[in-house]
Design a protein. Structure first.
Length: 209
């Protein structure tokens, strides 16, 4: 089964406290989401394979390590996941970006893709699915299902805050997917909001609340 990695780095926890504060404005909230995404990316890519290369420095030849093996792709779940993309790309400029947007049909309750665009070689890449919140886990699970339909075999889910219910849903539906989170919160309330959470991440990133 995929592992759940709860990241407890002091910098992450400090920045998370800023996100939770209801008085944090749109500009700062957006910036901190990006900063947290970069810190999480650092941890989530710790096991990427490297290979030895020889580089000529201004002084002498040096043996260095460069990334090897599978290339990477970042797939944000629209719309809030967009807030995590830019800083990850700044760390991994060669990564390609796919996008997936979902809604649930009110009659059938089945997931419907309203937007899905993936790099043509997505199946050859290690995919990081990103979304600030993992609440019920429905959207994340459905997104991973759709991504697997492209032939993707190596998928990691990155969420800033998760509810236990969401983690359980993804683990049940996709036991092969590792989950990286900055915090696992207490529960979901009757409106499926994470408690204590931080409110609606999309609204707070884009100023639409």
């Amino acid at each position: 089964m995929g592992n759940v990695h709860e990241l407890n780095h002091p910098l992450l926890q400090h920045k998370l406290s800023i996100l939770r504060d209801k008085n944090t404005g749109v500009k700062e909230f957006r910036e901190v989401v990006g900063e947290i995404a970069a810190l999480m990316c650092y941890e989530a890519t710790r096991d990427l394979p490297t290979e030895e290369v020889e580089i000529e420095t201004p002084i002498a030849m040096a043996k260095c390590r460069c990334l090897a093996g599978k290339k990477l792709a970042i797939v944000p779940i629209l719309r809030a996941g967009l807030g995590m993309v830019d800083t990850i790309i700044s760390l991994i400029p060669s990564a390609k970006v796919g996008h997936i947007g979902l809604y649930r049909d009110p009659r059938t309750h089945e997931p419907v893709k309203y937007y899905c665009k993936m790099p043509p070689d997505i199946s050859e890449r290690r995919v990081f699915v990103v979304d600030p919140m993992l609440a019920t886990g429905g959207s994340a699970s459905d997104a991973i299902t759709f991504i697997k339909e492209y032939g993707c075999k190596s998928i990691t889910l990155m969420d800033i805050i998760a509810a236990p219910e969401g983690i359980a849903r993804v683990q049940k539906d996709h036991p092969d997917v590792d989950i990286f989170v900055a915090a696992v919160d207490e529960k979901l309330n009757e409106n499926a909001y994470i408690v204590p959470g931080l409110g609606d991440a999309g609204d707070r990133i884009f100023g639409t609340k």
